[in-house]
Structure formats: C-alpha cells, structure tokens
Ligand binder design. Structure first.
Ligand code: ZN
Length: 189
C-alpha cells in the first residue's frame, strides 16, 4: 500500500501510535453530522483563526495525516491544512477555491481521517490550480500535481460536506459502509 488520500502509509512506533490515537479521537468520525455540512467563508483574520490553524496543524501532525479540514473538527469555517510531504512545512489555505482542474483525471485509492479503516478508489484531476488566502489574509495561488493535487481536492470536498463515499464506485461504497456500520455490542450475562 502507499499514501492514500488523507492517510499516510507508515509504520509508527508505540509512542507515535499512541499520539495518533489521541488525535483521531479529536477528529469527527463518520457519521458525525458536521462532516455533511458546508463551511462558511472566513472574514476576519483574527486570533480565533490563528488558534484554529494551530489546532489543525497540531492534530494533522499527531494523526500523521496528509491533510485536515476545519469541518473535521466540527468547525464550519473554510480552512484546511495540507502536508503531502512529511519533510516539508504544512500549507494553510483559507477560503480556497478550485480555479482550474486538468482534463486528465486519475483514479487512485483514498482514505480519510474521518472514515477509519476505509480505503476506496476515487477519481480526481491530475493537476489543479487553487486560489486562497494565507492565515494573514494574503492571496496565494498554488499549482499542484499528483498526490498534493489529490489531497487538496479531498480537503476542498470536506469544506462542502462531500466525502470519498460520494465519489467512489457503488461496489466500493457498499463495502465501505459495511466497514463503517457500528458493530453490534454483545452483552453477556
Ligand atoms: Zn477526509
């Protein structure tokens, strides 16, 4: 297996694995209704935004993920962090817009920090151009290709309440829902 969508494929030591579990417990999990809601534009670049960005970066690092959107913390504001390469600093995109997507599309497996245990095929643009603002309110424009482009499209979807379940094949969706269905608790007396 390799890095899939939001989920990095990496063996963690016991301490890092414990940190990852704590972080995942703070990330909303399917079928939390916040994951289906549309986030609102950010209008003020204030201390609340700074704190939210710090929290996103901290949880993304501990969860060992490639991207994380505010909606996954139950905060309906249009901001996400991207870190497709663990050796590089994360990128924070505020009020991001997909301004261009290549005609060339690629299907690859994707996971999601809010859908644990699910890895399903999703078709995405191979290259995208995203315009956004940074946390200080400056305009930024990113041209992304391959995995970073895939993660950016995944996070843009989160801000609109769209999940990989909505973008996969009917068969893969059925299998994913079976994994996500709460397991019955057997009570013995
Ligand atoms: Zn996700």
């Amino acid at each position: 297996m390799s890095d899939a969508g939001e989920v990095r494929d990496e063996k963690l030591d016991a301490e890092a694995e414990a940190r990852r579990r704590v972080a995942l417990a703070q990330i909303r999990q399917y079928p939390d209704p916040a994951l289906r809601m549309k986030a609102h534009d950010i209008e003020s670049f204030d201390v609340d935004l700074t704190r939210l960005v710090e929290q996103l970066e901290h949880l993304l690092g501990d969860a060992n993920g490639l991207g994380l959107a505010a909606t996954q913390l139950g905060v309906l504001r249009r901001v996400f962090v991207l870190r497709p390469d663990p050796d590089e600093e994360s990128k924070v995109l505020v009020n991001p817009r997909l301004v261009e997507g290549s005609d060339e599309r690629v299907t690859d497996d994707e996971g999601c920090l809010s859908l644990q245990g699910v890895v399903i095929p999703v078709e995405r643009h191979e290259r995208v151009t995203v315009e956004a603002q940074d946390p200080e309110g400056n305009d930024v424009r990113l041209e992304l290709e391959g995995l970073p482009a895939r993660v950016a499209q995944h996070e843009l979807d989160h801000l609109d309440g769209i999940l990989i379940l909505d973008r996969t094949t009917p068969d893969a969706r059925r299998e994913a829902l079976a994994v996500l269905r709460p397991q019955p608790v057997i009570v013995r007396s």
